[in-house]
Design a binder for this molecule. Structure first.
Ligand SMILES: Cc1cc2nc3c(=O)[nH]c(=O)nc-3n(C[C@H](O)[C@H](O)[C@H](O)COP(=O)(O)OP(=O)(O)OC[C@H]3O[C@@H](n4cnc5c(N)ncnc54)[C@H](O)[C@@H]3O)c2cc1C
Length: 510
């Protein structure tokens, strides 16, 4: 019996690619692979009975098209008082790449109208107190010199701020020291809608199968170097094996547990620290209508960067919404729909030292999260009133946000460090890769996946055919939008025209 027939008899299905998880990351990687290599067979497994129901769902994340226009944690102040904008430049560039790819998909009619998932909204930073105002002024001076951030306005003038953010300014002391920046090229993105559009496109392709309510239980190296992925169908309770040449673990918070199962040496020493989140969601249509911006503040001292408070105008399911938060919290679950045992199950001999070391080094963070969990509804209202002084309790209700698992990494000096970014971990032969961490996340998904492909398929990524296709999808590929002002302007203008980013107001929802 040939090997192939034997596998058939054992009910092992052979495929080129397995994608685990149906969030924005697998959707993006699957679409890129399909465009670059249309004949590749792909199986996608999702444990829930719908796609984009974890972090990629619009209500579970903030929907900010992160391009460093308003997020103060991307522009730290150096000890000498100057502002470091290097991270902001990287993130702004990566978001342009995402917009280029989405523009390609829209222009090719591979996904539906862009008004379902992206729209323009001013991005603003807002601070109070002398020290923070000084920081914001310096940040604006530094950033506005760079073409990526051109058009950013700064003001300390209460009258002008009242025009920009009436809801935030109403009921404030006219002597209060305040400042804000505003830039109109920001975006609100419904990553859930985008994910659904990408999968809707993918499942119509020959050789691509999306299996919902199918949970990946194990990943083992087969004798021939491929990967055996054991999947449990949660409807029939039956298990089945899939043998793949390449596996991507895009299971969001669940990625660490699956990566550990693969037993690749590169996964040793990685741990995860779960951080949960909550929002206040406005229920009063008049209050919702009184605000039109994404306004990011400064994180409290000692708090993690992902808990920066922000008051966000969103468009979800075609309706304008207003969210404030996130309030951070601690939970041992790695997914919103996960198990309380997730954290305990992730602790292995290989990562116990880094996890303990990171825990000891981050005691203030643990204390902060515990304090956040103990917040009463009044505490939450008071935090909101720093941004909306006239907020009434009855106009806001509590919503549970998505779960983030921050990466803990081995570190020579400290034993282990807690990271707040994303990390791609892959085997030396490039046959398996996982995405750990959460930020800046969905906004930079396209750049992350292009880098992942180059790392896992280095030879193929050098071929003319591959590069030509990549240039067709992302015309700025290989060039630098950050270094070339003309290219930046052209790229932004093309994306804005295709993605119809001059639209305002609610979308027409069929
Ligand atoms: C509170 C919050 C705010 C955020 N705000 C922003 C923002 O403003 N802008 C931004 O760009 N990003 C933001 N992010 C980050 C962004 O949401 C994530 O980076 C992104 O959604 C991650 O996508 P993903 O596909 O990796 O994971 P997910 O969307 O979580 O998808 C993973 C999928 O894998 C499935 N899965 C897990 N285990 C298994 C298994 N064993 N078998 C099969 N399936 C499995 C899960 O059910 C899930 O559907 C935010 C995140 C949070 C939590």
């Amino acid at each position: 019996m040939t090997k192939k027939n034997k596998n058939k008899k054992n009910n092992v299905k052979e495929v080129d690619v397995v994608l685990i998880g149906a969030g924005i990351m697998s959707a993006t990687l699957g679409t890129l692979i399909n465009e670059l290599h249309p004949s590749a067979s792909i199986e996608i497994f999702e444990r829930l009975d719908e796609v984009a129901a974890e972090s990629s769902d619009a209500w579970n994340n903030a929907g900010t098209g992160h391009s460093a226009l308003c997020e103060l944690n991307y522009t730290p102040q150096r000890p000498d008082g100057t502002i470091d904008i290097s991270k902001a430049i990287k993130i702004a560039e990566a978001f342009e790449v995402s917009k280029e790819f989405w523009s390609y998909l829209v222009a090719q009619r591979l996904i539906d109208s862009p008004d379902r998932f992206i729209r323009s909204i001013p991005h603003m930073s807002f601070v109070f107190g002398r020290e923070n105002v000084d920081f914001l002024r310096k940040r604006h001076e530094t950033m506005s010199k760079h073409h990526l951030f051109q058009g950013m306005e700064y003001s300390e003038d209460h009258e002008l701020l009242r025009q920009w953010i009436p809801l935030i300014m109403e009921g404030r002391d006219s002597e209060e020291k305040l400042a804000a920046t505003k830039i109109d090229i920001g975006t609100d993105v419904d990553f859930g809608e985008l994910t659904r559009a990408l999968f809707f496109h993918l499942v119509q392709k020959k050789g691509i199968k999306l299996r919902l309510a199918n949970e990946v239980r194990d990943i083992e190296r087969a004798n021939d170097g491929r990967w055996d992925v054991t999947v449990k169908n949660l409807t029939t309770d039956k298990k089945r094996k899939f043998r793949a040449k390449f596996v991507f673990i895009g299971a969001g918070g669940g990625s660490l547990l699956l990566l550990e199962k693969s037993e690749i040496p590169e996964a040793k020493g990685f741990g995860g620290f779960p951080v949960s989140g909550q929002w206040l969601r406005c229920t009063n249509p008049d209050v919702i209508a009184a605000h039109h911006a994404k306004v990011y503040g400064k994180a409290a001292v000692g708090s993690p960067p992902m808990s920066v408070p922000h008051l966000d105008t969103r468009v979800i399911d075609g309706k304008t919404a207003l969210l404030f938060g996130p309030y951070a919290g601690f939970s041992t679950k790695f997914l919103k729909n996960g198990s309380w045992l997730d954290l305990a199950s992730s602790i292995k001999l290989g990562n116990i030292r880094p996890m303990l070391a990171a825990g000891m080094d981050n005691l203030p963070l643990t204390k902060y999260l515990i304090d956040q969990v103990r917040q009463s509804p009044e505490d939450r209202l008071n935090a909101l009133r720093a941004y909306v002084p006239t907020a009434k309790k009855e106009d806001w209700e509590l919503e549970i946000a998505g779960q983030r698992v921050q990466v803990i990494k081995k570190d020579e000096k400290h034993g282990g460090v807690l990271e707040f970014g994303t990390e791609v971990v892959s085997s030396a032969d490039g046959s398996i890769a996982a995405l750990l961490g959460a930020s800046p996340g969905a906004s930079t998904s396209v750049s992350i996946m292009i880098e992942l492909l180059a790392r896992c398929f280095p030879e193929r990524a050098k071929t003319a055919q591959y590069l030509d296709k990549l240039h067709e999808m992302i015309p700025s590929y290989g060039l630098s939008i950050a270094a070339d002002e003309k290219l930046c302007k052209e790229t932004r203008a093309r994306s804005a025209a295709i993605l119809q980013l001059d639209r305002t107001g609610e979308m027409v929802w069929p």
